[in-house]
Design a protein around this ligand. Sequence first.
Ligand SMILES: [Zn+2]
Length: 263
Amino acid sequence: MAQTQVVVAFHAHPDDEVILTGGTLAKAAAAGHRVVVVTATDGRMGNEADNPRLDELRSSASILGVDRLECLDYADSGYGPDFYPDPPGRVRFGRANVDEAAQRLASILRAEDAQLLLSYQSNGGYGHRDHVQVHHVGQRAAELAATPRVLEATMPREVLTRIGDVARLLRLPAPYEPDVVRAAYAPRATITHRINVRRFAQQKRDAFAAHRSQIGDGLNARMFGVLLRLPPQVLGLIFSHEWFVDPAAPSGPVRAPQDDIFD
Ligand SMILES: [Zn+2]
């Protein structure tokens, strides 16, 4: 086995850890690496007393084999045109002071002596303001902690189109609007890491299912609903890979994406 490494995956909300990196984290954990997940928000829009999302996150993390889980406790900023005021006593992550949030993430990166930070692209994938903020805070934290490598979790835009096609075929609601798909994530040719996670598809599905409260309404929920109803063979196809962009890689089309986040 290669030398044990430490990867810190920084995410916006409980459930993002599965959607973009669940298979990769399960694969890294299975290979004996140390896996740390940090979420910026606890998934609450306000100060609801009852918040199942952190418990769901804990279940999901344990299914994936995560060694340590931290939450920075910002409030969810919400998706869509309305950017609501901060709830009493808390700051929405989209309005967080980047340096302050980055200091907190950097202290985890330093304490863990992390070789790799997983973060998001500057477009925040599909544009959620908390996901855009993950990019800024992640980038700054990696600078502060001198973390040697950052990979930005993404997916080929083309895959979103395919998910839409499958949903249509199965007469399920399309998970994303067409205008979101056109500018989302990254074109396939720019992806530097394509991780084969087929062996971890079931773990990913189970971790998805742990986020029970998200199968209600909204954008993610629609995607959840679609995915959880797919037959296993289709699930294996959709969950066969996860993708990352190395922001330090030379620009231009990538000829052969790596199959290991530590390469
Ligand atoms: Zn999210």
